[in-house]
Design a protein around this ligand. Structure first.
Ligand code: NAI
Ligand code: MG
Length: 353
């Protein structure tokens, strides 16, 4: 789609979400100029601040407002004073569900110039992608609190796994594996969770049978977590339920140099609705407003967005610019052991394109 303009909805949100989104825009605009296409940004102030003043994270017709866009770039939402379930269910989760962004794609790479806790590992040993189910599973509204305040008080939270939901995410993982190393590992816990997880495993086996060219295995989530640290080179595409994928991706981010480096895409593979791109990290209130957040995760989320928009060359240029700047090591934010600001790192990446 080079030459045309892509309409992007930007929701910087809260905390460092705002800082890193400014830098991502800087880099993406530079890439757009370099590769001759347009990015038309529309910014939305949907956030916990809005919630604190007006009482809602986004307008009632928020989803309708986003619908005409080609993609959404989201910073992060959440801030002390607003309960996390309010910020999450008032913005992020409704968008993911309304736009059938049922794939949450989380690439994991050890970038040049980054020291992993797995010292001695190189970029070739540590390259995987987590395909997280993004629309159902353990994150459901079914359940309730009962006998509140009584001695017999209890809480019930139901997980929902549908055949449609499980089939489409596992199929997506196998298709993705064909474009990569040809291996899929499924995260399960069918020894402890005896209804939903055996169902997940059965469907995994059914779909695997249709991909004889792809090597399929399944592991319990606890053992898989250990393997991710001890033998990351044995993993490539990992497919997981909503909760398992969420936890695994923070672990994966930690072994590759921290949350400041990990991008994420909420993808509607059918392209019926806009997909939404964001960093794996949250709004980091502990460092918000200090200008020291690492913008790399958000910049790489922007590269995933360019890829989805059909601007593969520009996306690759952004990734190469990130690798170049990190590899040189002169401009690093404090989480990477340097003293550069968010803006200095963002500008260095933009300049490297
Ligand atoms: P967090 O990801 O915001 O922060 C965890 C730790 O990592 C903090 O010590 C933070 O300083 C550090 N960190 C995160 N991103 C960084 C970056 N780019 N550069 C340098 N250091 C970075 O997770 P936390 O503290 O659990 O949650 C904070 C708020 O964010 C909560 O309100 C939570 O609900 C929200 N949140 C929102 C998400 C979203 O919008 N998608 C995702 C995760 C959390
Ligand atoms: Mg998470």
């Amino acid at each position: 789609m080079s030459g045309g303009g892509h309409r992007i909805a930007s929701i910087p949100g809260d905390g460092i979400g705002v800082d890193v989104t400014v830098e991502a825009r800087k880099v993406l605009d530079r890439a757009a100029t370099a590769f001759g296409f347009g990015l038309e940004w529309t910014e939305f102030d949907w956030s916990c601040e809005r919630y604190a003043t007006i009482g809602a994270m986004m307008p009632e017709d928020g989803i309708e407002q986003l619908r005409p866009f080609d993609a959404v770039l989201l910073g992060a939402v959440g801030f002390p004073g607003v309960p996390d379930h309010v910020s999450l269910w008032g913005l992020l989760i409704p968008v993911r569900r309304a736009f059938a962004q049922y794939v949450n794609l989380r690439p994991v790479r050890l970038l040049p110039g980054t020291t992993s806790v797995l010292a001695g590992r190189s970029a070739e040993d540590l390259e995987m992608v987590i395909v997280r189910e993004n629309s159902e599973g353990e994150y459901s509204t079914l359940g309730g609190r009962h006998n509140v305040g009584q001695p017999g008080e209890f809480a019930l939270q139901e997980a929902v796994f549908t055949r449609t939901g499980v089939e489409r995410i596992i199929r997506y993982a196998f298709e993705l594996a064909r474009t990569r190393a040809g291996r899929v590992c499924s995260a399960t816990k069918s020894n402890g969770i005896i209804h939903t997880m055996p169902f997940w495993d059965e469907i995994f086996a059914e779909i695997a049978a249709g991909y004889p060219d792809v090597q399929a295995e399944q592991m319990h989530i606890d053992a898989l977590a250990a393997r991710m640290v001890q033998q990351p080179d044995r993993l490539d595409v990992i497919v997981a339920s909503n909760l398992f994928g969420d936890i695994l991706s923070d672990l994966a981010a930690a072994v590759t140099g921290g949350l400041g480096m990990a991008p994420s895409g909420n993808i509607n593979p059918e392209r019926q609705y806009p997909s939404m791109f964001e960093a794996v990290h949250g709004s980091a209130p502990d460092i918000a407003g200090q200008g020291i957040a690492n913008p790399v995760a958000q910049v790489l989320a922007g590269a995933m967005m360019l890829e989805q928009l059909g601007e593969a060359e520009a996306a690759q240029a952004v990734r190469v610019a990130v690798e170049k700047v990190l590899g040189e090591g002169a401009v690093r934010t404090p989480d990477l052991g340097g003293s550069a600001t968010t803006a200095e790192l963002g500008s260095a990446i933009a300049a490297a394109i």
